[in-house]
Design a protein around this ligand. Sequence first.
Ligand code: ACO
Length: 333
Amino acid sequence: MNLLDRIKINARQYGKRIVLPEGTEERTLKAADILAAENIARIILLGSPEAILSEAKKFNLSNIDKTTIIDPKNHPDKEKYIEMMVELRKHKGLTTDEASKLIEDPLYLATLMIKAGDADGEVAGAMNSTGDVLRPAFQYVKTKPGISVVSGAFIMILQDKEYGDDGLLVFADCAVHPDPTESELAEIAVATAGTTRSIAGFEPRIAMLSFSTKGSASHPMVDKVVNATRIAREMAPELQIDGELQADAAIIEKIGQSKAPGSSIAGNANVLIFPNLESGNIAYKLVQRLANAEAIGPVLQGMAAPINDLSRGCSVSDIVNLVAITANQASGN
Ligand code: ACO
């Protein structure tokens, strides 16, 4: 069974409530129809009920009546959420008037529903930028205890099964945090180990990537990766992790043995942690295009509840897949 089929089968068992704030958007609505028909999650659509139902009729979507539709302008718990917002953001000076306006924005309402325990996860981004999806999540859902940064991992499914774990590799951070400090980079490695176990389904062997292998170059950027490796080991002593390693030393056995003899990760890594967002984002897109790999994600990690961001170029099946992944994350898996 392939990875996505397994993720969908698991999601069905969990019955998680996943909120889709872009409820009137065509691809989102078509995905909601499939998700409801296949029982992958309990879907909550945000938007004007009239607009959602008329679009559903236009596209002949007969399963939308199995979803819950909520109008952000008339949510019965609006006052409760406004109070929560003011309480959570009083240190930033948020007033009741400002919160009353923000709560009608579906991206804010979705995060407040999660914070209040009225939804288990969120998928958005088909028509909103990454920043607009993530900002309310950062402000109200916040990070998990012990984690200060949210980051984004991709599960890369390669044609060539010789690499990683039978052709599967996890890359991070490819989506969120532009320039992590050494301790943030260590947190990203630890969070990615969790995503690897729970979503990709294998035991992580983590390479902390650099342009240097074991002291072949000296530069403050190399020091950052060396220190991040040490901090990650302190944070999670059970982790199989090594660095600093160049990409070829990380994934090709012969090169790993010659450049980093004695390393149990070199030549054998299935998780690649990039030193910053530039390298991670460029690397995943090049592997996706040049090696014709499938890139599943970004799976956002480190948030206190699962919230995932779509690319604005996403397809209906991208949305279905990301909702299934979000439901798995919400189950604690
Ligand atoms: N993790 C946790 N919290 C964060 C993070 C993070 N990575 N980044 C910012 N925050 C918090 C801040 O602490 C702040 O909280 P506060 O209001 O309680 O003080 C709040 O979020 C807003 O912080 P800003 O610094 O103002 O962040 P901003 O909203 O400007 O930027 C953003 C955040 C949008 C995620 C920014 O870092 C960004 O643009 N990242 C790149 C995203 C991107 O373009 N990715 C590539 C495309 S995705 C792809 O190709 C798949």
